[in-house]
Design a protein around this ligand. Structure first.
Ligand code: UDP
Length: 334
């Protein structure tokens, strides 16, 4: 049976499509191209353009394909924007997912994998966080993810034919090692992407938001996970559900934390470019440290990440940034 990937033209969804193709799965993509790129979807993949909660498009997909599982990546992801536009986040991330779940269950689609976030934890303290830690999101973005997890939990409890995996992403970065995909959307707020843009001259430099946190060097500590390992985690979750395993909630991070300053220094070292770095005030809502305890994914889902190395993540992010520059030169020369 085919796997439907929502947001399959986007950053993480795009890497998932590659993983599924590498595994010889039948893949179908739906994307509204709000941030995704059409060229990111391999030509052999059936592609539907539109809103993943639009029943007429879902009808078209289901009439042509036998969808056994949905991997649901599309959604809105900018934490600061969610503070200004909370209803957008509840609509995009929660309400539309409800519609999708409802539709999928009506069509007997049995497995649903949801892109959740470490943002459901809020500010969890200075230890690696397990899935059983209290959920206390500090932004409408985080709350919209948590509400959706709860919908999935309650719906699955009422409907044993439907099982789900909610994967809580930590800080996703890097690009496909073969350079078939990477982070391409125009505006980025994420540290490694911004640092890669600074190193390749796309932006003047980088600001470090806050140096007075309770961390060893005063800057925030995060758990950076390679996007290809994250796609692997989804495939492990899919295998788990297909094998009859119960619904799960799983952290996706490595369990090792790096400070903003360590990341910036590593990007400078790997790129060989000493780009400008300035100190700026704290960004509202940033927690001092968020690092995953990923024992559950490793032991219960059989996840065995292969790219757990900050330099590798940065090298791939930089390579992809160069590729984007080459592509732009190519496009503008046409
Ligand atoms: N950060 C920074 N400068 C930037 C972008 C991010 O200092 O230009 C910091 C941010 O304040 C946070 C960390 O880098 O402490 C990771 O931020 P990112 O937006 O990548 O992910 P988040 O952890 O917020 O989801």
């Amino acid at each position: 049976m085919a796997v439907l990937v929502t947001g399959g033209a986007g950053y993480i969804g795009g890497h998932m499509v590659l993983k599924l193709l590498d595994e010889n799965e039948d893949v179908v993509v739906i994307d509204d191209f709000s941030t995704g790129q059409e060229w990111a979807v391999p030509a052999q993949v059936p592609l539907f353009r539109g809103d993943m909660a639009d029943r007429s498009i879902l009808d078209a997909i289901y009439s042509e394909h036998d969808i056994g599982s949905i991997l649901h990546f599309s959604g809105s992801i900018v934490v600061s924007e969610s503070v200004d536009l909370p209803l957008k986040y509840y609509r995009e991330n929660s309400c539309k997912t409800l519609e999708l779940i409802d539709y999928a269950a009506g069509k007997q689609t049995a497995h649903f994998i949801y892109s959740s976030s470490a943002a459901v934890y809020g500010a969890p303290g200075l230890e690696p966080v397990t899935e059983t830690a209290p959920s206390a999101p500090e932004s409408p973005y985080g709350t919209s993810k948590l509400v959706t997890e709860w919908m999935l939990r309650d719906f699955a409890a009422s409907n044993p034919a439907f099982r789900y995996a909610a994967l809580r992403y930590f800080n996703v970065a890097g690009a496909d090692p073969l350079m078939r995909a990477g982070q391409s959307s125009g505006v980025s707020t994420h540290l490694i992407k911004i640092a890669a843009e600074a190193a390749t001259g796309k932006r003047d430099g980088l600001q470090i938001f806050g140096d007075d946190f309770e961390t060893p060097d005063g800057t925030c500590v995060r758990d950076y996970i390679h996007v290809t390992d994250l796609a692997d985690a989804h495939y492990c979750a899919l295998r788990h559900l297909r094998a009859g395993g119960p619904s799960v909630v799983a952290n996706c991070g490595y369990g090792s934390g790096y400070s903003v300053r360590q990341v910036v220094d590593a990007v400078k070292a790997v790129s060989g470019v000493d780009f400008k770095v300035t100190q700026a005030p704290r960004r509202p809502g940033d927690a001092a440290m968020i690092v995953a305890d990923s024992t559950f994914a490793r032991t219960k889902l059989g996840w065995s990440p292969e790219l757990d190395n900050l330099e590798t993540i940065i090298r791939h992010a930089l390579e992809w940034e160069h590729k984007l520059i080459d592509r732009q030169i190519e496009t503008s020369a046409k």
